[in-house]
Design a protein around this ligand. Structure first.
Ligand SMILES: *Cc1c(COP(=O)(O)O)cnc(C)c1O
Length: 355
């Protein structure tokens, strides 16, 4: 008997997703960095990425990179989140490459690398409008001039990120801006920029519709592999969208009025609930809650089930329309969004099974 709540991870489906994404990119000369942060760097999934031909794994957190190293995963490691100034020694020790945007940190990495008798590779992030990390385009040139003098780091290339906090989409025009910055730097500073890292899963859409500028030779992909899509509306042909599913158990099953009785103020999370009157419904309470995953990140696999609400430890679903006749103790299965996988897999209450 498997415990619940639990995530079931189908490695065979993920293997197919890795192959699909890898082949799409390989056909366009694009190297895939397999991003592991979405699944807390679970070594079994990372191994599927490596077995599928991926040579570099990327994660935002050093703890996760350490997990991969400890598990003996044979790949180069890229730190995706720009490093904390206080962690530069560990970055140099654990990661082969990091994404950067602050000179003081890059200087710290260089000093630390010299101490450790290493050369640390860096990619300089350029902000092309999404307004998360990155140097503004007009500041890149002067920063590269400074980096040139640092002997502990090697500038491998430029990178960019899209759709992270402002929803700015990657476009051929934006990526050509990165290309032209790189060309200008190579011409005027005599620096060779081997890598143009053109974004995350959202940039995969440009690979698929064949509009990715040919100079872009790397993408950093997590979501596309896990969920088989380039965004929530666009599936990748040949990839699975349900490689990872969540099971939770019914602890109460009762017919109840859909409108609450009494005077209404706020729920346990300080929100005023909006409730539609639907008469008497069959409601199931599942033993999982916001502490593990927010309900907007769950989609019942049975399309006749709808999510009503959740509190910290309870998820209420409406099973009135379902063709299955449920009883207490039964499980209900869900697919998850990308943030949903991330939060469920980092909840210590959710077990993880790989098949
Ligand atoms: C998370 C992250 C990625 C991967 O994003 P996905 O949407 O999972 O493909 C790539 N680059 C950076 C800098 C990231 O933080």
């Amino acid at each position: 008997m498997r415990k619940n709540p639990r995530l079931e991870i189908n490695l065979r489906k993920l293997q197919q997703n890795v192959a699909t994404v890898f082949n799409l990119c390989a056909a366009k000369g694009v190297e895939v960095v397999g991003v592991t942060k979405g699944f807390a760097a679970l070594p079994e999934i990372a191994q599927v990425m490596v077995d599928g031909g991926i040579k570099i794994l990327g994660d935002s957190r050093l703890e996760n990179i350490l997990t991969l190293r400890d598990a003996g995963i044979k790949a180069k490691m890229m730190l995706l989140r720009i490093p904390m100034l206080h962690e530069v020694d560990l970055v140099v020790k654990l990661a082969d490459c990091s994404l950067n945007s602050e000179l003081v940190v890059i200087k710290g990495l260089s000093t630390s690398a010299i101490k450790q008798k290493k050369i640390h590779n860096i990619i300089l992030m350029v902000d092309l409008g999404d307004l998360r990390e990155g140097v503004l385009p007009e500041d890149v040139f002067s920063l590269v001039k400074e980096i040139r003098h640092l002997t502990g780091v090697r500038l491998k290339g430029l990178g960019v990120n899209f759709n992270c906090i402002s929803g700015v989409d990657p476009t051929p025009e934006k990526l050509l801006q990165l290309v032209s910055l790189a060309t200008k730097i190579e011409r005027n500073l005599g620096v060779k920029l081997e890598i143009l890292s053109g974004g995350n899963t959202s940039s995969l859409a440009l690979v698929i519709n064949d509009t990715l500028p040919e100079q872009i030779n790397q993408l950093r992909i997590g979501e596309g592999i896990l969920l088989g899509h380039t965004d929530i509306f666009t599936e990748i042909k040949g990839a699975f969208q349900d490689s990872i599913t969540l099971f939770a158990e019914i602890i109460e099953l009762k017919q109840k009025e859909s409108t609450p009785s009494g005077s209404i103020s706020r729920d346990s999370f300080g929100q005023i609930p909006k409730i539609k009157a639907k008469g008497v419904r069959t409601r199931a309470i599942l033993a999982i809650g916001k502490q593990d995953i927010y309900p907007d990140n769950l989609v019942p696999l049975d399309q006749d089930i709808t999510i009503v609400a959740a509190s910290s430890d309870h998820l209420v679903v409406d099973v009135t329309e379902s063709k299955t006749s449920f009883k207490v103790g039964d499980e209900i299965q869900f697919i998850l969004t990308y943030p949903g996988i991330l939060s469920a897999i980092t909840s210590k209450y959710v077990k993880v099974y790989t098949d």
